[in-house]
Design a protein around this ligand. Sequence first.
Ligand code: SF4
Ligand code: SF4
Length: 261
Amino acid sequence: MAKESKQLFHEDTKTVTPSGIETYKFDPSKHTYAFSLVGNTKMGAIASWSTLLGDYRYMGLDGDLDGIKGTCKNCGACKMSCYVRSSYRFPGVVQSQAINTWGLRHELKKVESDLAAQIERRHVKDVRINQSGEIENQRQFAMWCRLAIRFPETNFYVYTKMYDIVGKFLDNGDVPPNFTILFSVWHEHGAEEYKKYSHLPNVKAFVYDDGVNCHLPTKCYCPAYKVIGKSGKAKMDHSVSCETCRLCIDSKLKVIACHEH
Ligand code: SF4
Ligand code: SF4
C-alpha cells in the first residue's frame, strides 16, 4: 500500500479525508456520467466503472458528495488491503468515484442513458463494472443487466461478493450471455454460492489464493501476477493485461485463481 494513502483512511472513525479535494466541484445538473476509457497497466484499454471502496464515509467533498458512504459491504477483511486504496492519494480519483456512487443512488436513469450513449458513440467493446466498489442493490444490478441486453455485442463483466443479489437475477434468467458474473471466492466464502450457479455458461469463480486454503482448486492462475521464488509474494507482470488475457471476460474457463486480489 502506498504511504500517502495510509494517512487518508481512519479505521477508528471509519472515515476518509482526501487531501486536495477542495478544488473539485460537483454540479449534478450538469454532470455527464461516463465509463473511464483511460485504462491502466493491469486492465489495458478496457472501459471501467468505479465507485467508492469500503464502508467508510468520505469527508470534505463538494456539496451533495460530502460525507458520502462507500459501496462495499462484507469487506471487513479485504478493504484493509484493497488494491484501490493507493490510488486515493489522487483526489481526482476519489471525486470521480464519489460522483459515480452518488449517481447510482440518486440519478440511476441518467447514469443509464449517459452510459448507453457513450457505448454507442465510442463503440465500447468491453466493460468492467466496479473496478472499485460493489453492487449495492437490485436496482443497480438491474441497470447493468438492461445495458448488457441493449448492447449484445459488448462484453460486460463484474467480480462480486454480493452473491444474493446476482443470484436472484441468475435464478430468474435475467443476466444475458454477454454479461459474465465472477463470484469472488476467498477461503470458504463464496465457494458454495458459486457452485449453485456454476452450470451457467456466464458464471465463473475468481479465487483469491493466499496460500492458506483454496476451496475451489484450479490449475489456472491469473497470468498478471506471479509468485516470486519462495517468498510467497506475488508481483505484477506488466506484460499481461486483462484486455489481452481475457480469461475472466469471455473465455470458457470456469475457475480462475489469483495470488493477489
Ligand atoms: S477489494 Fe473489492 S470489495 Fe474489498 S474493499 Fe476493495 S473494492 Fe471493496
Ligand atoms: S485472469 Fe486475465 S482477465 Fe482475469 S484478472 Fe487476470 S489478467 Fe485480467
